[in-house]
Design a binder for this molecule. Structure first.
Ligand SMILES: Cc1cc2nc3c(=O)[nH]c(=O)nc-3n(C[C@H](O)[C@H](O)[C@H](O)COP(=O)(O)O)c2cc1C
Length: 412
């Protein structure tokens, strides 16, 4: 029997194609490099995190990133390779980019979407691949609200030095839908964005149901986690903030009314999302505006308590994005203090994100109890090997795919 276990190249169970089983999954702590197998002082970044029925092997997550590369909302082979690479490189969790729950909720025509059943299969292919490697994967469900119908970010090539800079707004002639952009109130984000139409109560309920329908499709695609995107000035954040929400009905005015839109979606999604699967919510903890009534950290704490009561498992804490008036000093770890405040005041798991580059400092965030999970966006784009490099810098060996283990162990 032992012979069979050691000699047979066993396939991953339930994978739709043959691929060797990864056990333990990539990203799992193996040993400290000093200790020759004796497990001592595991850096916090490489300790597992249990959330309902799933366990992440470490605290390093790929942050959701729009890639503006989908067609009619459907992901392609490009996304399979793009997201799949992180499953081979030690990320503890992969989060699929903002995925629109309605066509009008997309930021650009090439956003990911999950408003129809045809969009399930390409997502399932990615989920199946990531699962075949023993890795967990979530999807971020979103509605862009008044920031919809814009050009793909990388078309604005000024940063590359040739001085081209278009208005953000994507007109109809280029496939945009500026006349169908909606928001809680008819206030544009700035004069480069559409003039949003104020949602009727009926339309509010329709969009809420679109989130629920998309979550049901995410379940069919096999995702482990749903993250509701309530940050960055997109629709839910627009409802939360008095800067963008001037309604006088039950969805505007008081704190209770402004958070109603997001809470109702959360409750409905939690009801249909499997009991053993975690639900995340990404919020902007502050609008970064001091001189007018705005969304602030103290409201984020109160809202996080309400999410916790509804069965949300983790608050993914970002900031800003709701107004060009935001006054923020972007620097390394600039959003960590906001995650820390929520962590200290609410009995819930918290993630942080934003200019986290250095592995030792990232480890400190978890070790010091400032957050439970660290999301990386640009650090992972710049270095797909970030988690493996972090392990080396922290003096530990982590599991990589069996096909790579011998190389990583000899070369790193
Ligand atoms: C190209 C790109 C696309 C992004 N798309 C999303 C997105 O779909 N959803 C989201 O919540 N944040 C998005 N973000 C924000 C990132 O998830 C992250 O919060 C932010 O970039 C800060 O982290 P970083 O300093 O590690 O890049 C995006 C960021 C980048 C760079």
């Amino acid at each position: 029997m032992t012979d069979k276990i050691t000699r047979e190249n066993i396939g991953a169970p339930n994978a739709p194609f043959y691929t060797p089983i990864q056990n333990p999954p990539p990203g799992t702590f193996v040993k400290t490099t000093q200790s020759n197998g004796v497990i001592e002082n595991i850096p916090s970044l490489f300790t597992p995190l249990k959330l309902r029925g799933i366990t992440l092997p470490n605290r390093i997550a790929l942050s959701p990133m729009c890639t503006f590369s989908a067609q009619d909302g459907a992901l392609t082979d490009w996304h399979l390779v793009h997201l799949g690479q992180f499953a081979l490189r030690g990320a503890g969790l992969i989060m699929v980019e903002a995925t629109a729950v309605t066509p009008e909720g997309r930021l650009s025509p090439n956003d990911s979407g999950l408003w129809n059943d045809e969009q399930i299969a390409p997502l399932k292919r990615i989920v199946d691949f990531v699962h075949s490697q023993g890795v967990k994967i979530g999807i971020q469900l979103a509605h862009g609200g008044r920031k919809a119908s814009t050009i793909a970010a990388f078309i604005n090539v000024k940063a590359l030095g040739n001085n081209v800079k278009y208005s953000q707004l994507l007109p109809e002639e280029f496939g945009g839908w500026p006349n169908d952009v909606i928001g809680p109130s008819p206030i544009p984000w700035d004069d480069e964005h559409a003039n949003p139409k104020e949602l009727t109560i009926e339309q509010i309920h329709e969009i809420q149901e679109s989130f629920v329908a998309a979550a049901k499709r995410a379940e069919k695609a096999g995702f482990d986690i749903v993250e509701l995107h309530y940050a960055h000035g997109y629709l839910a954040h627009e409802f939360f903030s008095p800067i963008s929400n001037k309604r006088t009905d039950q969805y505007g005015g008081s704190f209770e009314n402004r958070v109603r839109f997001g809470l109702e979606i959360t409750k409905k999604v939690r009801e249909i999302w499997s009991e053993d699967k975690p639900l995340f919510v990404r919020i902007s903890a502050t609008d970064w505006v001091d001189d007018e009534d705005s969304w602030e950290i103290k409201q984020s704490v109160e809202l996080s308590k309400l999410f916790q009561a509804l069965g949300v498992d983790l608050i993914d804490v970002s900031t800003g994005g709701n107004t060009p008036k935001q006054n923020l000093a972007v620097k390394d770890h600039f959003q960590v203090p906001f995650a820390e405040v929520i962590k200290k005041n609410v009995d819930i798991n918290v993630a942080t994100v934003g200019l986290i580059k250095d592995p030792k400092l990232a480890n400190g965030i978890v070790e010091n109890g400032q957050a439970d999970l660290v999301f990386l966006a640009r650090s992972f784009l710049a270095d797909g090997n970030w988690a493996i490099r972090a392990a080396k810098e922290l003096g530990v060996l982590i599991q990589t795919p069996v096909q790579y283990n011998y190389a990583i162990r000899s070369f790193l």
